[in-house]
Design a protein around this ligand. Structure first.
Ligand code: BGC
Length: 247
């Protein structure tokens, strides 16, 4: 069994577990700590060290980050502490853990996991994975190959950053009913579809657990729209996949 460690760094929690890459599933129950506030690089690195240390893991570690990541460097920080901008995140984690570390965008990680083990398994053509949470994350695939850091949550919708209108957090913030929120998601998907003509759109993020509340309310479109299958574990699994690949 190939076991690599995956860590998902989110706005509220930092969770990690060893991952069984043959099954695309957690090899042990995950361990979670609350995301420190402010989520400065130092405090997040310490929290990650606690999660990885909990398992006494030795070997490669993959980590997700909710922003643009290029060559291990974190470049944007829409919903996290701005001190991450321009950090050598992979270097920071690797030094603190004493282990090889790979960092990638959170939605890209979730997308990799869904395309390999979940709702997009074996699908070619243009596939788009969208995660609805604090923000909207996107992962674009062309015949199974990822185009990283697409950041489609920041497309402009009605003069605003789309994620401010249509992320799951917007539903909570504005106390929207499911039909009201579904209307916003629908408009957003319409825009994305006009731009990319995907054959398949996979809806992920925590809210995908409640897909029966909003997916049936969406307008019929050319693309097939389905819920993610790995749900909460997609980020951890995808992070481990990325670490295994670069290791
Ligand atoms: C960030 C993306 C991230 C998404 C989901 C957005 O605000 O810019 O990089 O994937 O939130 O966390």
């Amino acid at each position: 069994m190939t076991t690599v460690f995956g860590v998902d760094i989110g706005g509220s929690g930092i969770k990690g577990a060893p991952v069984d890459l043959e099954r695309g599933a957690l090899a042990q129950e995950r361990h979670k700590v609350l995301t420190p506030h402010p989520a400065s690089p130092e405090s997040v690195v310490a929290a990650v060290a606690e999660v990885v240390g909990h398992f006494g893991h030795q070997g490669p570690v993959g980590l997700t980050f909710p922003g643009v990541v290029v060559g291990g460097q974190t470049r944007t920080a829409a919903n996290v502490d701005k001190r991450w901008i321009g950090e050598d995140a992979a270097g920071l984690f690797s030094d603190a853990l004493g282990l090889p570390a790979t960092v990638l965008n959170d939605a890209d990680a979730a997308g990799l996991a869904e395309l390999t083990y979940g709702a997009g398994h074996g699908r070619g053509g243009v596939v788009l994975v969208l995660t609805f949470g604090t923000g909207i994350g996107s992962a674009l695939f062309v015949d199974g190959a990822l185009v990283p850091n697409t950041e489609l949550g920041h497309l402009e919708l009605r003069g605003k950053d789309a994620e401010h209108r249509a992320a799951s957090a917007a539903r909570e913030r504005h106390d929207l009913s499911w039909p009201q929120w579904a209307e916003r998601v629908d408009e957003y998907l319409g825009m994305v579809e006009r731009l990319f003509s995907p054959e398949l759109i996979i809806i992920g993020g925590g809210v995908s657990r409640k897909h029966e509340k909003f997916l049936p309310l969406l307008t019929r479109r050319e693309a097939e729209v389905v819920p993610a299958e790995l749900r909460n574990d997609a980020g951890i699994v995808g992070a481990a996949m990325a670490a295994a690949k670069s290791g």
